[in-house]
Design a protein around this ligand. Structure first.
Ligand SMILES: NC(=O)c1ccc[n+]([C@@H]2O[C@H](COP(=O)([O-])OP(=O)(O)OC[C@H]3O[C@@H](n4cnc5c(N)ncnc54)[C@H](OP(=O)(O)O)[C@@H]3O)[C@@H](O)[C@H]2O)c1
Length: 268
């Protein structure tokens, strides 16, 4: 990766994307120009970040250099977007946004001199296990596509989508970790209610989920086949499933995903 990269908002997710590229020597710290908003973050990164990057505070005189970079990773919070004002230096440079719910149309309006790409990623990217959905804007060159894929592929699996599917992708993959965390918590409370220590109960739930997912992936069982395998007539599992059907868990989960997707559409 030879292009100079600007990172507008060097926060948690941007660090998760950029750091593996330094670790694998695919990118040199001196080729990366980062912006943060506050002096506190600037000093914290200068003191504690393991690589010696070029880092500036937004709106400082020196920070304008970021607009010379061929590629920009836009990674502020959506509500901070209004503070990012494009400086028109070159036409056709690449801008890759990771802002949840901000549409390509909105990005094009704000950055008319850039070719914009909209991406959606999720929190497991911070441990290199993210899922990233990408929607290409107009007239993106093959080189720019390749560059964008290289940006994400060391920290996540990549899926390409038409833009209208990014909201449902976001609902499943970005809101999904919170839904799963809630399920882990609730099942652990079930164990707790039956007399297990909280920590042990949580450990058992997580190991059970990991084992179940591996079983489905490794054996190509369908979820229905797996369910039938462990559900014997008049047994404990059908008793548990009956309670969940009675409480409409399936419907609640389906509606939760649709609701998150609709909320994402509200933002764009
Ligand atoms: N967190 C998640 O689970 C998640 C998952 C997937 C995608 N995302 C998306 O990723 C984006 C970043 O999220 P995050 O969790 O990494 O947020 P974050 O840690 O708060 O990072 C935001 C960064 O933007 C900087 N910033 C704020 N205003 C700025 C300005 N005017 N100019 C330049 N930099 C500015 C902040 O600097 P200061 O520290 O100085 O304020 C901070 O470094 C969001 O748009 C979110 O939708 C988040």
């Amino acid at each position: 990766m030879t292009n100079k990269i600007a990172v507008i908002g060097f926060g948690n997710i941007a660090k998760a994307i950029i750091t593996p590229l330094f670790d694998k020597k695919l990118l040199k710290p001196e080729d990366v120009y980062c912006l943060v908003n506050t002096k506190k973050s600037l000093e914290n990164i200068k003191k504690n970040y393991k690589y010696d990057i070029n880092i500036f505070q937004a709106n400082s005189k020196d920070s304008e250099i970021i607009w010379d970079c061929q590629v920009k990773l836009l990674s502020v919070k959506p509500q901070q977007l209004k503070n990012i004002i494009e400086v028109n230096k070159n036409k056709g440079n690449l801008l890759v946004s990771i802002l949840a719910g901000v549409s390509l149309e909105n990005l094009r309006k704000r950055f008319p001199n850039h070719k914009c790409v909209r991406s959606v990623t999720n929190i497991p990217i911070t441990i290199g296990k993210g899922l990233t959905g990408i929607s290409w804007g107009d007239e993106i060159t093959e080189d720019q596509k390749t560059f964008t894929i290289r940006l994400f592929e060391n920290s996540s699996k990549i899926y390409e989508f038409p833009e209208y599917l990014l909201d449902i992708f976001l609902a499943l993959t970005s809101s999904g970790p919170a839904i799963i965390a809630l399920i882990i918590e609730a099942l652990s409370d079930g164990g707790l209610s039956g007399g297990l220590q909280k920590k042990l109960s949580e450990e058992l739930v997580m190991e059970m989920i990991l084992g179940t997912v591996s079983l489905i992936k490794d054996t190509n069982l369908t979820t229905a086949e797996l369910k039938n395998m462990v559900t014997s007539p008049g047994g404990t599992t059908i008793s548990a499933l009956r309670v969940l059907e009675n409480k409409s868990l399936r419907s609640a989960l389906i509606e939760s995903v649709i609701s998150a997707s609709n909320r994402s559409k509200d933002f764009s």
